[in-house]
Design a protein around this ligand. Structure first.
Ligand SMILES: Cc1ncc(COP(=O)(O)O)c(C=O)c1O
Length: 446
C-alpha cells in the first residue's frame, strides 16, 4: 500500500465500529496486536488511531489504551418518534396525555394577555413577572434565596447547561461530572472542547471522597451534579450528602451546576446544594419533566455577580427565550396549576414503579423517579441488548450513552412515563421481561 496506508487502515477500523464489531466504549487492540492482524506496522496503526481520534471516533487515555468513543449524538440516545410500532421506553418525559388539556388552557389564557409589551423585545433574560414565576417554581421544591434579579430564563435545562458551561469555562478547562451522567452534558463538553473527568457515584450519587480527590488532582473550573433522581442511575442524595458536597465546593471555591430538573419528584421539598453553597452554585430547574418538554421553559438561580455574564451570553446567543411560552408558564405557576400537574405526574410515576416491580422480576433494580437503571443479566452488553430490544419493537437507552469515563456499560435506562397508555405500558414491560429471560447466547452465538 502507498503513503496513505494508515487512512486505509483507519477505514477498516471505522467499518468495524460501524458494524458493531468494535462496540462503543470497548478497548481497541494494542498497536502491535492490530499491526500483526492487519499485516502492517505499529507506527501505521498509531497514525490510524490518531486520525480516528481527530475524527471523533476514538479516545485515547494515557496508561489505559484506546477506546471507541461513546456516543455524543443525542438524537440516538433519545429515540423521539412516538411510532406506535415501538414500545418507547427511551424518553424521559411526563405522561403527556394528561397534560394536554391544562396546557391548552394555559396557552388560551396566555393569548388573552398578549399586548404590545408582551410581544416585544425585553431587557435581561425576560420579563420580571416570568422570572418571579421561576422563583416560585423552584422555591416550592426547596430552593431558597431566589429572586427576580438572580433568576434567569432559558430555553429549558439543556440550554441552561450549555449557557453556564460556555460562560463559566474556557476551551481546555476541566469539568468534573458524575461517572454516569446525562448525555446532554457530555455532548456539550465534547463539542465545546472541555475536558471531562469522572467522579465516582454510589446509591446517593456523587461521592464526596472521590470529589475531594478529583478537586485536588484536576483543579477543575466547574463541577456538575444531578442530586435528585439522577439521570441515569436514579440516585437520590440525602441532605447530609448535599451538605458535604456544598462544603467541598465552598472550600475549593469552584463553580457548581446543580441540575435539579427532577426536584419536583421528591415526596416532600428537599433543600438543594445551592442553599448551602449559594456563592458558587448555578441551580437549574425547568418545566420540561413535569409539564412539557415542548414548552422549553428553564430557570437558573445564579450567584448574583455572575448574572450579567450570563445575560450577555444569552443575548449574544439567542437574544432571549420566547416570552410567549413564559406567559403560559407564568399562568400555570401563579394559578398553582403547575404544582397540581407535577403532583399528578409524581403519582403516575409511583404507580408505574409498582407495575414495573410486578412485571420486571428477572433482574433486581431500584427506582424512585421517572426511570429505572436496569442491570442486564450476565453476558448481555448494553449496546447489544438495546439493538436486540429495538429489533423486537422495544426502545430503551443503552447505558453506554451515559458513561463519562469509557467504562463498558452493563445497564440500560428505561423510562416509565413515555408510554402514556397504561395497558400498552404493561404490554411493553412484558415484552421486555421476555427479552431479559432470553439467553443472549441463543441470539448471538459469537
Ligand atoms: C438531568 C437532565 N438535565 C437536563 C435535561 C434536559 O432538559 P430540557 O428538556 O429542559 O432541556 C434532561 C433531560 O432528560 C435531564 O435528564
Amino acid at each position: 500500500m502507498s503513503d496513505d496506508k494508515f487512512t486505509k487502515i483507519a477505514e477498516i477500523i471505522e467499518q468495524k465500529i460501524n458494524s458493531g464489531e468494535y462496540l462503543p466504549n470497548s478497548k481497541l487492540p494494542t498497536h502491535r496486536a492490530l499491526a500483526d492482524e492487519l499485516k502492517t506496522t505499529p507506527a501505521t496503526i498509531a497514525k490510524a488511531y490518531k486520525l480516528l481520534s481527530e475524527r471523533g471516533r476514538l479516545d485515547s487515555f494515557v496508561g489505559r489504551g484506546t477506546f471507541v468513543r461513546a456516543h455524543t449524538e443525542l438524537g440516538q440516545a433519545i429515540q423521539a418518534p412516538n411510532d406506535e410500532k415501538y414500545f418507547n421506553f427511551s424518553l424521559l418525559q411526563p405522561c403527556l396525555d394528561v397534560n394536554v388539556a391544562p396546557l391548552k388552557k394555559a396557552y388560551q389564557q396566555a393569548a388573552e394577555q398578549f399586548s404590545a409589551v408582551a410581544i416585544g423585545y425585553v431587557e435581561g433574560s425576560g420579563h420580571e413577572a416570568h422570572r418571579e414565576a421561576g422563583v416560585m417554581w423552584a422555591k416550592e421544591y426547596g430552593l431558597l434565596g431566589g429572586n427576580s434579579s438572580n433568576t434567569l430564563l432559558t430555553n429549558g435545562a439543556q440550554h441552561a447547561l450549555s449557557l453556564i458551561i460556555h460562560s463559566m469555562t474556557r476551551p481546555g478547562d476541566t469539568i468534573l461530572v458524575e461517572a454516569l451522567t446525562y448525555p446532554g452534558i457530555l455532548a456539550i463538553a465534547s463539542l465545546a472542547g472541555r475536558q471531562v473527568v469522572s467522579v465516582a457515584l454510589d446509591e446517593q450519587g456523587l461521592c464526596p471522597d472521590s470529589l475531594q480527590a478529583a478537586l485536588v488532582e484536576h483543579d477543575p473550573t466547574l463541577v456538575i451534579v444531578v442530586p435528585n433522581h439522577q439521570n441515569p442511575t436514579g440516585a437520590l442524595m440525602s441532605q447530609a450528602r448535599k451538605k458535604a458536597i456544598a462544603h467541598l465546593i465552598n472550600q475549593h471555591q469552584v463553580w457548581l451546576i446543580e441540575d435539579d430538573i427532577y426536584a419536583f419528584l421528591n415526596e416532600a421539598p428537599c433543600e438543594p446544594i445551592a442553599n448551602f453553597a449559594p456563592d458558587y452554585t448555578f441551580h437549574i430547574s425547568a418545566l420540561s419533566k413535569a409539564i412539557s418538554p415542548a414548552m422549553r421553559c428553564g430557570f437558573i438561580k445564579a450567584p448574583q455577580p455572575q448574572v450579567n455574564v450570563l445575560n450577555a451570553f444569552i443575548r449574544s446567543d439567542i437574544w432571549l427565550s420566547s416570552p410567549l411560552n413564559f406567559i403560559a408558564a407564568t399562568c400555570l405557576i401563579e394559578s398553582q396549576e403547575a404544582f397540581r400537574i407535577a403532583a399528578v405526574q409524581r403519582d403516575i410515576a409511583k404507580r408505574r414503579r409498582q407495575i414495573a416491580a410486578d412485571i420486571l422480576t428477572q433482574v433486581s433494580w431500584q427506582a424512585h423517579g421517572y426511570h429505572i437503571w436496569l442491570p442486564l443479566p450476565q453476558d448481555w452488553q448494553a449496546d447489544r441488548f438495546t439493538m436486540e430490544a429495538k429489533n423486537q419493537g422495544i426502545l430503551v437507552t443503552s447505558g453506554s450513552y451515559f458513561s463519562a469515563d469509557g467504562q463498558v456499560a452493563d445497564h440500560v435506562r428505561l423510562s416509565l412515563m413515555s408510554i402514556s397508555d397504561e395497558a400498552r405500558f404493561k404490554q411493553g414491560l412484558h415484552a421486555l421481561q421476555a427479552l431479559l429471560q432470553t439467553n443472549r447466547n441463543t441470539l448471538f452465538p459469537f
